[in-house]
Ligand binder design. Sequence first.
Ligand code: BJW
Ligand code: ZN
Length: 283
Amino acid sequence: MSSNIDVFHSVLRNSRNILAVCGAGLSASSGLPTFRGAGGMWRTHDATLLATPEAFELFPSLVWQFYSLRRHAALQAKPNPAHYALAELSKNRRVTFKCVTQNVDGLSVRAGHENNGCNKAEYIHGSLFKINCSNEKCSYEEFPNFNDPIAPALAMPIPKGETWQDIPDSEWPEVKVEDLPHCPECHKLLRPGVVWFGEELDTTMLDRVDKFIREGCDLCIVIGTSGQVYPAAGYSTNVKERGGKVAIVDMNPGDYQGREWRHGGPDFVFAGDAAELLPKLLE
Ligand code: BJW
Ligand code: ZN
């Protein structure tokens, strides 16, 4: 295992098919909290427990408040140098590059990530700015919807100069279910167009990723993800199994020791902020 940037550069120069697998750490330097570890709590709630169909079923107002806040924060945030470095790679005609991101914040799109042909980015967990009907029989969908707040009752109670972390739990208003966004067609609740635990991912997207790996991916760069959530967590192992190299770019790569490595560990590990490291690694 190496942390040598020069050695990485020579592997990068010899790679023709590159896969990036991104997680919340990619957007951490843009000020958006990650899911696990510090920042993974909203009010008194664990973010991973709110990102479930069960939470939405039981507490739709709470879950909508959480997503309304995330929409607001993502719209205020700016892409960071790591998003731009990946967007540059997507425009490099010397390589085919697939970027699989678990992030729903839209920052890769705003950084100008190319979105056609092989270089299409795959937003496998959906988007905060997609809105679906929660009624499985109704196909109503809005994309993109950048309204902030998405409904008047979901306006953020954040005084100027403060952040949502400063707001005590008691000051978040109770939101009535009837004031949440409803479907104009079937009148059931609308929901964020993201993929929650236990929900199906878009199989067309997953097929494109599998095909990319099957057809020979030389290098997989895993950026700012704890590698705990599937299917994204399995891609680096799939690349290794087929003879490709794997590089981890993460603030806390030690966590990778508990990850799935059927064929040995990663070839490269770069510990630090993706926003600082990626522009150097991809230059
Ligand atoms: C920095 C940094 C800085 C910090 N610079 N780094 C196989 C085995 C076992 C279980 C399963 C399996 N296959 C499926 C499952 C079940 C389940 C699953 O994976 N469970 C595990 C927990 C065990 N998976 C699913 O349910 C998925 N569905 C599915 O597979 O259905 C089957 C199917 C597929 C296709 C067709 C038909 C059926 C769905 C998973 C959906 C996950 N959803 C969420 C919410 C999305 C919406 C939202 O954003 O609110 O996705 S949960 C949450 O976790 C979110 C994230 O995208 C995802 C991953 O988190 P991520 O990005 O890794 O964040 P963190 O916080 O965990 O890590 C941050 C990292 O950054 C850390 O390493 C830090 O060190 C680092 N960092 N600052 C660089 N500045
Ligand atoms: Zn509907």
